[in-house]
Design a protein around this ligand. Structure first.
Ligand SMILES: Cc1cc2nc3c(=O)[nH]c(=O)nc-3n(C[C@H](O)[C@H](O)[C@H](O)COP(=O)(O)O)c2cc1C
Length: 147
């Protein structure tokens, strides 16, 4: 008889949050943050994206539940940003951004329609409903990377 082998230890989890950047964020500081995040996330098999609109961060993290939650605790305690507010968390069936250890998006990465939409979502509507809309605008770019 065939035996189905299921790995029940690892649960695929996501967390989406918004926060407010502290201090000046120039391209060098952002690049350092992206590099630090990508390096750690590769070793933890965490993927996702980070959007910065000049004031707010939006980040979507996905991977093993324990690792994602541990990372979120570190991120929450990071004084490079404040008002860290979780918008969404829960089990997911697949990693939407499997190719990105942590991909940083800036407003200029979006076309004008998406840009206005995303800035609006990030700056005004810190609501759970924002998540699918932001992800909807970005999933296209996951399939067709900008770089
Ligand atoms: C907006 C923001 C996003 C971050 N995203 C990540 C991330 O995806 N992965 C990560 O390891 N650290 C991220 N960090 C950094 C963590 O808060 C923390 O500094 C880091 O994980 C510490 O690990 P290290 O000292 O071993 O590099 C982020 C920090 C900020 C402010």
């Amino acid at each position: 008889m065939a035996i189905a082998v299921l790995d029940t230890r690892a649960m695929l989890w996501h967390i989406g949050y918004v926060s407010v950047g502290e201090g000046e964020w120039n391209s060098q500081r952002l690049a350092e943050l992206e590099a630090q995040a990508a390096k750690n996330n590769v070793s933890d098999s965490i993927t996702g994206l980070l959007v910065f609109d000049g004031t707010h961060f939006f980040q979507y993290l996905e991977g093993d539940k324990e690792k994602v939650e541990a990372l979120y605790s570190r991120i929450e305690a990071d004084d490079r940003h404040s008002s860290v507010t979780m918008l969404s968390s829960g089990e997911v069936s697949s990693q939407l951004f499997a190719r990105w250890a942590m991909k940083l998006f800036l407003p200029e990465d979006f076309n004008m329609d998406d840009r206005l939409h995303i800035l609006d979502l990030l700056s005004q509507k810190h609501e759970k409903e924002s998540i699918p809309q932001i992800l909807g605008a970005l999933t296209i770019r996951n399939e067709q990377p900008i770089n």
